[in-house]
Ligand binder design. Structure first.
Ligand code: ADP
Ligand code: MG
Length: 710
């Protein structure tokens, strides 16, 4: 019946509206109930009281007890945001900051970016009305450059402190200083004013003067350190015997199963276990821990392949990835319940260990591995390696299965291996290149890095090595002071110092556009993908972008081709959504990872913004790739390597023997001299993102390092 009267239509709309309202109400009711049922809800009053009484408080509580989502709300409701002050909550990982902020905004029934917001590198969802702000710890460190006393914050909660990322450790040291400066406005100020003394007139924001009157007005800063592990002693000691309180969680028994033999291929073992659970175990979602995006995506594809081979009735399995660089609108997918009758398998990095709690999990698959940074202070080389987890991590992982009821954890290694694991993970600050940290501390006016009050001191050698590196990059003067404009500019860019330097140099070499693309593309994992079943096609597709000069130019070619695809859809007046669809299709046809490319495009536009603010004028070398390669050499001279008679390479700075990674376009063609961006250690040392350069350019473009006669 087509001719429905207007009244009838209005009536239907109203009914629909009512139905929607009811759904919204029901959802709010559900959220309210959920909040009330969290273990932390019963100790709200006590926690607020402790925060009032103590300037520094340590809160230890099991994962999922409600620390991250609830405590900031308790404190907000208790009036800790008076005078427009903000409660800041730092997370080691972007994904956690984003997903938690979204959840809390929903719990508070406000739009994200209003009262509740988040801010992570390259993405800001806050406004002047934001009072509860989730952010990465690295971001708060950068904020301290602009506002050394962090005067907008009344409380800073350092969450997931047990993870001991390098940013967390530096932040704790800094916050200790800030807290002291804010409680005694006249003492300790010199630490913060110093930076300004050197600040230039044209950069008023980056090193803003800290006037005595301003600091006197600023009130004391409350610090809360939150941790999932039971060992709060080290934090308490570091903060002069600060009080620690425990929030008890709810944990159901988890049956832990081991393999009989070590598994030679843990990805295959993961796959087999996923299907074993799916076909044999009762309902409940699966959480599998993998080491990175590449692994997650390849397991995802393999799972899809096998689902298709299953009989009709058992194809009810869904995959959901979650890892750090996943576009934020996709991150929330992990939290959505699977449609009824379906089982969800979440493929996650160690982000799902403690940072985010995903409801519905009953089975955990733990291959027992994690990707970690590793640094050799003798050679000055940092690399990524896959190592066994610690016991603490293994326990955290199995705990994820027992949140809502009894669960099972499948450890993909023999039980005898468990006892060999280290108790806890070595803090990252002891196993990473410190040049970024040193540059940031210098920019904050903290000159004596070796004397800085680190919770756990990095080795003297590692500090000296990074000072040296920063000197060679031109960031520090020969008395290791941050006095040059180049150093100041490098400190302002939210990038690894070597990448910042590359951009600054690219402005001189007139190839800023190309370098910007390279830096953005190198900031994401795996632009190309090679599905097992279509290896040949994928290779052919990549060949169309390949440059015989190496991976950097190849990446520029990919980016330019994708931009062209978008340009074309722009001229045909497509809507944004259609454009994205076209880009997605283009990516599929060219075996480009759409998620990674999208992320790289976001990063590109963010860095472009920084660069413009800093007054660099755009420039491109067009097709003059010689110029661009020279610029790459001038930027990454610390990562140069020479071919050896046997076809391997010797890294010039460390004398380490390395191989070109099979993913490089220079894997087969052996250039005499290369620069590279990444060192990956598996059974061998591999270098990735490699470009062929002329060895004579090294002494010419980096004379500070390569004396002409050597
Ligand atoms: P903790 O910080 O103590 O580990 P959280 O505050 O992160 O705990 O989580 C408390 C509860 O909120 C958990 O039960 C978790 O499942 C739920 N939760 C957190 N984030 C989300 C989300 N984005 N969607 C649905 N539930 C969530
Ligand atoms: Mg938490």
């Amino acid at each position: 019946n087509i001719s429905t009267s207007k009244n009838q239509q209005d009536g239907r709309k109203l009914a629909n509206g009512n139905c929607k309202n009811q759904q919204v109400l029901a959802r709010r009711q559900l959220i309210l109930q959920h909040r009330k049922s969290l273990p932390i809800a019963s100790v709200e009053r006590r926690l607020v009281e402790e925060v009032r009484k103590n300037d520094t408080l340590i809160i230890v509580g099991e994962t999922g007890s409600g620390k991250t989502t609830q405590l900031p709300q308790f404190l907000y409701n208790a009036g800790f945001c008076h005078d427009e002050k903000i409660i800041g909550v730092t997370q080691p990982r972007r994904v956690a900051a984003v997903t938690v902020a979204k959840r809390v905004a929903e719990e508070c029934n406000v739009e994200l970016g209003q009262k509740v917001g988040y801010s992570i590198r390259f993405e800001d969802a806050t406004s002047s009305s934001t009072r509860i702000k989730y952010m990465t710890d690295g971001l708060l460190l950068r904020e301290a450059l602009l506002d050394p006393l962090l005067s907008r914050y009344s409380i800073i909660i350092v969450d997931e402190a047990h993870e001991r990322t390098v940013h967390t450790d530096v932040l704790l040291g800094l916050l200790k200083k800030v807290q002291l400066a804010r409680s005694h406005p006249t003492t300790n100020q010199h630490n913060f004013i110093k930076a300004n003394a050197k600040g230039r007139e044209d950069e008023p924001r980056s090193f803003s003067p800290l006037k005595a009157s301003e600091s006197a007005k600023s009130t004391s800063l409350k610090l809360i350190i939150m941790s999932a592990s039971l060992d709060a002693r080290c934090f308490s000691e570091y903060f002069g015997g600060a009080k620690a309180v425990h929030v008890h969680g709810r944990q159901y028994p988890v049956e832990v199963l081991y393999t009989y033999q070590p598994e030679p291929d843990y990805l295959d073992a993961t796959l087999i276990t996923i299907f074993q659970i799916h076909l044999e175990e009762a309902s409940g979602d699966i959480l599998a821990f993998l080491t990175g995006q590449e692994e997650i995506e390849s397991v995802e594809r393999l799972v899809h392949e096998r689902i298709r081979q299953l009989p009709d009735g058992s194809q009810n399995l869904l995959t959901v990835p979650i890892y750090a660089s996943l576009p934020s609108e996709q991150q929330m997918n992990a939290f959505r319940p699977a449609p009824s009758g379906f089982r969800k398998v979440i493929l996650a990095t160690n982000i799902a260990e403690t940072s985010v709690t995903i409801p519905g999990i009953k089975y955990v698959i733990d291959p027992g591995l994690v990707k970690a940074r590793s640094y050799n202070p003798v050679t000055g080389m940092e690399s990524l390696i896959i190592i066994p987890t610690s016991k603490a991590q293994a326990l955290q992982r199995s705990g994820r299965a027992g949140r809502e009821g009894p669960g099972k954890c499948f450890r993909l290694y023999p039980e005898s291996e468990f006892s060999k694991l280290t108790d806890s993970t070595v803090p990252e600050i002891k196993r990473c290149n410190l040049s970024n940290v040193v540059l940031q501390l210098k920019a904050l006016g903290i000159d004596d890095i070796i004397g800085f009050d680190f919770m756990e001191k990095p080795s003297r050698m590692a500090i000296v090595k990074s000072l040296e590196q920063l000197f060679l990059l031109g960031a520090l003067s020969d008395d290791y002071k941050l006095s040059s404009p180049v150093g100041q500019q490098m400190a302002r860019l939210p990038l690894d110092p070597m990448y910042s330097k590359a951009l600054i140099l690219a402005a001189e070499f007139k190839c800023l556009e190309e370098m910007l693309i390279v830096v953005a593309m190198l900031s994401v994992e795996s632009i190309f993908y090679f599905p097992r079943e279509k290896m040949e096609e994928a290779r052919a597709a990549r060949k169309s972008f390949s440059s015989p000069e190496g991976d950097h130019i190849t990446l520029v070619n990919v980016y330019r081709a994708s931009a062209e695809c978008l340009e074309k859809s722009k001229t045909t007046n497509c809507k944004e959504k259609t454009m994205e669809k076209k880009l997605n299709k283009w990516c599929r046809e060219n075996f480009i990872n759409y998620r990674s490319l999208r992320h790289a495009r976001d990063i590109h536009s963010q860095i472009e913004g920084h660069i413009q603010q800093m007054g660099f004028s755009p420039s491109s070398c067009g097709d003059d790739m010689l110029q661009f390669r020279r610029c790459l050499t001038a930027s990454f001279f610390l990562n140069a390597a020479m071919k050896q008679p046997d076809g391997s390479y010797r890294a010039l700075s460390s004398s380490q023997i390395v191989q070109v990674h099979p993913s490089s376009v220079l894997f087969r063609t052996k250039a005499d001299c290369i620069i590279f961006n990444e060192l990956v250690r598996t059974n061998q040392n591999y270098v990735r993102n490699v470009t062929r350069v002329d060895p004579l350019w090294l002494p010419e473009l980096a004379p500070q390092y390569y004396a002409a006669d050597s």
